[in-house]
Design a binder for this molecule. Structure first.
Ligand SMILES: [Zn+2]
Ligand SMILES: [Zn+2]
Length: 241
């Protein structure tokens, strides 16, 4: 009841910018000047989306993708995982600041529409799921919230319950090797029902932050093992290695 009232009040008030706190003058809480001033990604690897920052690359592929490409086809982000984006994403996730999540997702939806202009958009959005234990403590799945915005502003349906996290895992950030991160996620995800994506040939997997790619990779392997499918990963922020 109280949260409903709070939500109604929030909607009735002019949206204060999540960066400068002034009235944003728009239908989301990020004023034009602050949106323009937020950090931007430079040239990125065409495959894994990591910023190249002048590092060795060949035909816009980073050295790791040249050695061993990920299972997914591409990874795109609205922002680099840098200040103030890291703090903003943290407030969205850990302090339930839905105004922040919504506003950053609106910027992501613009990038999404621009990327697919002239080419076919994915048929379905798949949010990276949380295990029920984590969902209970956080109260919401941040990827679902991002998908809600992408669906309404990009016109692509979200399948909210097809992909499930069936095993609770340790935080990926606590693992200090690629092998440990990989085995931490072994058997952690499942498609339910298993044939849910059988007529789908192009999917966008949506996450808040992509860092080591272990999660995107584990889910992409699960999907690719079942069918031939283009998998594009989309996130609010891409961390550099
Ligand atoms: Zn502002
Ligand atoms: Zn790469």
């Amino acid at each position: 009841m109280f949260s409903k009232l709070l939500q109604t009040l929030r909607c009735a008030l002019p949206a204060a910018c999540i960066v400068c706190q002034q009235a944003s003058g728009r239908d989301y809480s990020l004023c034009e000047d602050c949106e323009l001033a937020l950090p931007k990604l430079g040239e990125c690897c065409q495959r894994c989306g990591v910023e190249l920052k002048g590092r060795l690359s060949y035909e816009s592929l980073c050295s790791s993708c040249l050695l061993s490409a990920p299972t997914f086809d591409s990874c795109r982000a609205a922002f680099p995982y840098a200040s103030p984006i890291n703090k903003l994403v943290g407030s969205f996730k850990f302090s339930a600041r839905f105004d922040i999540g919504y506003s950053l997702s609106r910027v992501l939806s613009k990038a999404f529409n621009t990327h697919y202009s002239g080419t076919g958009k994915p048929q379905l959005l798949l949010p990276v799921p949380l295990h029920t234990k984590r969902l209970r403590t956080r109260g919401f799945n941040q990827s679902n919230e991002i998908c809600r915005v992408l669906s309404s502003h990009c016109g692509v349906t979200t399948a909210y319950s097809v992909l499930k996290k069936i095993r609770s895992t340790k935080a990926q950030t606590s693992m200090n090797s690629a092998d440990a991160r990989k085995s931490n996620l072994r058997g952690a995800f499942a498609l339910s029902p298993a044939e849910a994506l059988k007529d789908i040939s192009h999917i966008a997997l949506v996450d808040d932050v992509v860092n080591t790619m272990a999660t995107s990779e584990a889910i992409s392997r699960l999907i690719s093992a079942q069918q031939d499918c283009q998998i594009d990963v989309w996130c609010l922020a891409r961390a550099s290695r």
